[in-house]
Every structure is written in C-alpha cells, then in structure tokens.
Design a binder for this molecule. Structure first.
Ligand code: NAG
Ligand code: NAG
Ligand code: NAG
Length: 623
C-alpha cells in the first residue's frame, strides 16, 4: 500500500470502516491498483492473458515475481533485419567540427530532381539518385541545415517513396518544431511501413506537442508492442499520456456531472462511521410537529436515513433541503445544516457542503460532528493540516466524544501512522465500547503493524461481542484472505452475507454488498473461478447497481479473462459512478488503457498476434 495516499484513497479510508478496511486489506482490486501505482506499470490483456509491463519487462499480473521475457533472450529475426539498415539510415547529428565541405560533397555528383525531370529517369537511376539525395540530406541534417535537408529529402522522395525519407524529413520538421508537418510526414512513413517504430515515436511526440493525447497514446502503445516494451522512455510515455488523457476526460466529466448521491452501499458506509444517535429531544417520533414544517422535515430526513436504501437517502437529502427552506428550526438549525452539508458532500458538491458545515459550526460549536465531517472534506482535498485542526477543535469542545477519536484514528491510519491510529481507536473504544467499527479498525491497524496474532485476537473478541453484525465477519474475512486462508475467508464472507440478508429482512432493504464482492475475490484468488466470481459480482450489482466497487471488480475480472470490450464498458461505468475527480481519473486510466489496446488491435491486427506470441513465450499462463 502506498504510504502517501492519494486524495481518493484518503477518502475511502476516512469514509468509514467498510471503505477503509476494503482499501487496507485484501481487496484484490485495491491490491492490483496499488501494485500498478507503485510499480508504474501498464497492463495489457490479449487473448486471455494479462500482461503487465514495468520498466521494459513483462510480468504476468497474477505471478508475483518478475518473469523475464523469453523474447529478451531470443534474437529477433525479422525485426533485426528490418531495423538495422533503418537505424543506419537515420540522420545523425554530426559533431560540429565536421568540415563544412563534407556537407555537400561533390555538388556535380548531386542530382537535381524535379517532379518533371524524375519522369524521364530509369528505375535504376531513380534508385541511385534517391540514395545520393538521402545521404546528402542526412549530412545537411547533421549540420543543422534543416531547410536544405528538407529539400534534399523531398527530391529523394520524388525518386522513391521510401518510409525512411519521409521519417527523416519529419525529423527536420521536428527540429523546427513544425508539428503538423511532422505528423504529415510520419503518417506517410507509417502508411508505407506500419511497424516503423521511430516514425511512430516521432509522430506520437508531435501529437503530444499538439495536445492530441489520445492519438499520441495510440502511437506510443503501438510502438511499445512492436518494440516488445524494451524502450523504457516509450513505456513511460504511455503511462504519462494515459494520465493526461484520463485527466482531460475527467475534467469534462466533472463539469457536466449532475450532482447525485453515490450508491447506497457507499452512503451507508459513510454514515455508519458516526455512531447512531436517537432522535434529538423535540424531534422524537411522538413529538407533535406540524406537517411540512422545518422541524417536521428534519425528523423525516433522519428517519429516512434509517431505511439504508437509495430511496431513503434521496428522501433524506430532499428533506434536509426543505427543512432549511422552511426554517423555524430553533435549536435544531445547526443539525439541519450539518445534515444538508453531509448529503451535499456525498453528492460531490463540496463547495456548498463546506459552507453548510461552516454554518453549522457557527450556529452550534458544541455539535462536534460538524468538525469531524468538515475534517473529512479537508482530507478529500488533501488538506491534512486543516483536517488535523478540525479534530483539535472538536476535542476542545467535547473531549469525551468517541466519534472524534475514531475519525482522528482514520486520519492517522491513512497517513500510515498506525501506532497513533491504534491509540485513538482504543480511546474511542474506552469512551464507547459498543461502537463496532473502532474494534474492527483496531484489528485492521494491528494487522497493518504486523501484529497478526493481536489482530486475530481482536477479531475473535469482536465475534464474541458483536457476533450478530455482518461487518465483523466481512473484515475478518478480508484479513484471512490476505493471509491466503481461503477456506476460512470464504466462510466468513458467507456468514456476513447471511447476516446482511437477515438485516434486510428486519429493515426492509439496504443490503451492504461488500461481503458478496469479497467472496467473489476470494473465489477468484483461491480457485481462479471466474464464473462464480462474476456471478457474485452480478448479484451485488442487482442489489446495488451503482456500487462502484462491484463495477470495478467486474471490470478487472473481465480483463483477466481477456474480455477486453466488456471490461471497457465496466471501466467506463466505474468512471461514471465515481464521486471525485481523483476516482474518475483512476477509473478512466484503466478505461483508456483498455480502449487504446482495442484500437491498436483493430488498427494493427498483426500486432495483436505479436503480443500474443510474446506472452506465450513468457511464463506458465495464468489459467
Ligand atoms: C525510445 O523511444 C524514444 C521515444 O519514446 C526515442 O526517442 C528513443 O530514440 C528510443 N530509443 C531507442 C533505443 O530506440
Ligand atoms: C471542490 O472540488 C473541486 C474539484 O475537485 C476543487 O477544485 C475545489 O477546490 C473544491 N472545493 C473545496 C472547498 O474543497
Ligand atoms: C460530549 O459527547 C458525549 C458523547 O457523544 C455526550 O454524551 C456529551 O453530552 C457531550 N458533552 C457535551 C458537553 O456536549
């Protein structure tokens, strides 16, 4: 796990036990994701094999250590032959000391070719002239006389349409930063030789200079595949452009995004990270409140939350909006602003959410939950100082509110300050031993600190004390899965699923689908049982169609099986469902990598075969 969490990761962790546990321990997707990030790699899937490329070496995704590619050892027959002369033909910058006279060697020998004159030349003459003109062009290029070089290459092209001449002329345009011309000439070269790596790289650079990132990405990708990922700078370019493309698209998505609530699983996990409180005095169910009044709406919203369903959360969000519209809230005004801000935050409307929280704090500085929520907003913007300051203010106003310590622990946790986190979880437990997530998170933290035995003991104690709560089994299962205790992990997830079902029966809805997804991951890791894993993810998606974790997991499972087109659909859906820009960028990076790969396959069918051959020679296939 990265020690510097991204804002997205930060949010996941702070948003409640469920999210942080899913993030911190064994979730397959998270592990893969962080592995990608840590290793700066790009993943490709062709024909059922996922190939991960890092630093020029190809690895299988599922195999942990490096798998050096066979092809690194084998001499490459066709390529070697083809590239060698090309490389030699490329113009080289010559030392400045090169005598000027050498540039235009015998001018009498250098033919002058025009569109007209070339017609009268024989085949052999054209060939000879082309070679001479190109050689002179290379010399002119070497002495940085680019206009002269362009003229010579142009004449050479009249004699013979050779991809190298176009590519060399492109090198001149490149030196003059004339990107449209570079694109034109490299395109001509590539049309003549679709596997011309140098031309592809040159065109990619020009596209990038012109801000045409998708096209640059496609070219660098093709060049990497042709080159079998040996050129590190091209591989880095792929990664850089993936990020650029994803960021550009994410900005557009954010601009046009309608503000709506994320999946019920997400909302539940956020809200349950605050201890449930009874309805406040004056808003009890028995209190006689005029229908449609502000207070009546506050109560309606608080009750709607308890349903834990998408409809309930939508109703709650509307109720808090109306409550503030109606007014007349008296001492409940701070709570109303706090809750409206909470739902605005969940919808991703962070600016107005922050205003609401500020207002809530102004109205009632003793409502410490407002500081805690504001801290999580600061954290989402990677503003750790402001977050820490809010926890400080919160503990000043009420040093005995366990929520404060629980959430401060979450902050420590995502900063990998595990021993501080453990202290704060313990503090929260001392103040309220009935809040289950402090116990669970303490167990997860102990695990992260390497105290596996203490962690397992904490979880066994949790089962004793909270044996009827699905969350305990879900997170215990995740840690077991991380230790590759598959059988036990699956049992725990199954228990969690059963308990969720029971809870749904009692509440009338609102099932947490994380145990289903975790079971899918466990079956996948344990038995490579794709169909069972997919089925479980589909089940989760029927229950909570907007669950981003289920969608992303599904995408990964499909990618693992080489179902690239289907995987792309899911990655795009994951981007749609993401709440923050960081999350959208992450999902889109996968989507773009997948899409680019599909495009390369379509545009260069021979390369798909090449990558397949390459993977086949590498390591025992993951099946
Ligand atoms: C590697 O690729 C870069 C462009 O990405 C190119 O400039 C460089 O010449 C290549 N190196 C080799 C050894 O082919
Ligand atoms: C809200 O989010 C946007 C986009 O992520 C960001 O630019 C802005 O600074 C955020 N505002 C606050 C108050 O955090
Ligand atoms: C502090 O928080 C605790 C727990 O929520 C609560 O019981 C207590 O009344 C609060 N104290 C003040 C002064 O608000």
């Amino acid at each position: 796990m990265a020690s510097q969490p991204s804002p997205a990761a930060a949010v996941e962790a702070v948003e409640g036990a469920a999210h942080s546990a899913a993030q911190s321990s064994s979730s397959f997707l998270d592990r893969v994701t962080s592995w990608y990030q840590d290793n700066k790699v790009v993943a490709w899937t062709i024909a059922g094999v996922t190939v991960v490329v890092a630093g020029g070496t190809i690895y299988y995704l599922s195999s942990s250590p490096k798998q050096p590619s066979d092809s690194d050892k084998k001499p490459k027959k066709r390529k070697a032959k083809k590239d060698a002369p090309k490389t030699a033909d490329e113009p080289k910058a010559e030392p400045k000391a090169a005598p000027k006279s050498a540039v235009v060697d015998d001018p009498e020998e250098l033919p002058e070719v025009t569109e007209e004159s070339v017609k009268s030349l024989s085949e052999q003459e054209r060939k000879d002239y082309a070679a001479k003109l190109k050689a002179a062009g290379n010399k002119a290029y070497g002495s940085k006389d680019y206009n002269r070089a362009i003229d010579l290459y142009t004449q050479a092209i009249l004699c013979k349409a050779d991809p190298v001449f176009y590519s060399n002329r492109a090198a001149c345009w490149n030196a003059m930063s004339n990107w449209p011309k570079v694109i034109e000439d490299t395109t001509a070269a590539i049309n003549l030789d679709s596997e011309y790596v140098k031309a592809l790289n040159r065109r990619a650079n020009a596209y990038e200079q012109e801000g045409r990132y998708s096209e640059a990405l496609l070219d660098y990708t093709a060049s990497c595949i042709i080159d079998q990922f040996r050129n590190e700078s091209s591989a880095q370019a792929v990664e850089r452009l993936l990020k650029k493309v994803a960021e550009t698209k994410a900005k557009k998505i954010m601009e046009g995004k309608e503000k709506r609530l994320p999946s019920p699983t997400f909302v539940s996990n956020y809200l349950q990270s605050f201890r449930a409180k009874p309805l406040p005095e004056g808003l009890e169910e028995t209190a006689d409140l005029p229908e449609g009044s502000g207070k009546w709406h506050v109560r309606k919203g608080l009750l709607a939350i308890k349903q834990r369903t998408g409809e309930g959360y939508t109703e709650a969000a509307e109720s808090f909006d109306k409550a503030i519209e109606q007014g007349g809230l008296e001492k409940h005004e701070a709570l109303a602003y706090n809750m409206r801000g909470t739902f605005r935050y969940l919808k991703g409307d962070n600016d107005t959410a922050l205003e609401d929280l500020n207002k809530a704090i102004e109205l009632d500085p003793t409502l410490v939950q407002s500081y805690v929520k504001r801290a999580s907003m600061h954290l989402e913007q990677s503003n750790r100082e402001a977050a820490a300051q809010d926890f400080e203010l919160a503990s000043q106003h009420n040093a005995s509110d366990p929520d404060v310590y629980y959430h401060r622990a979450q902050l420590h946790f995502i900063l990998s300050e595990f021993s501080n986190a453990a202290t704060d979880y313990q503090k929260s437990m001392d103040l309220d031993k009935d809040f289950i997530f402090s116990h669970i998170q303490l167990g997860v933290t102990q695990y992260k600190m390497g105290s596996i035995a203490s962690s397992m003991a904490t979880f066994r104690r949790c089962i004793k004390n909270f044996g009827d709560k699905s969350d305990v089994y879900n997170y215990y299962g995740e840690l077991l899965l991380d230790q590759q205790k598959y059988q036990e992990a699956v049992e725990k997830f199954e228990t969690a699923v059963e308990m969720e079902k029971k809870g749904v029966g009692e509440r009338g809805g609102g099932m947490n689908v994380l145990p289903l997804i975790n079971k899918a991951l466990a079956l996948f890791q344990w038995k490579q049982d794709f169909s069972a894993a997919e089925e479980l993810c589909q089940k989760a998606l029927i229950i909570d169609p907007e669950c981003d974790i289920a969608v992303a997991t599904m995408a990964q499972l499909l990618l693992q099986q080489g179902k690239v087109t289907e995987a792309l659909t899911y990655f795009e859906r994951a981007a749609e469902l993401s709440r923050t820009e960081g999350e959208i960028v992450n999902a889109l990076s996968y989507a773009e990598a997948t899409r680019t790969q599909l495009e390369v396959q379509e545009k260069y069918p021979q390369l798909a075969a090449k990558l397949q051959g390459m993977s086949a020679g590498m390591a025992p296939a993951m099946r």
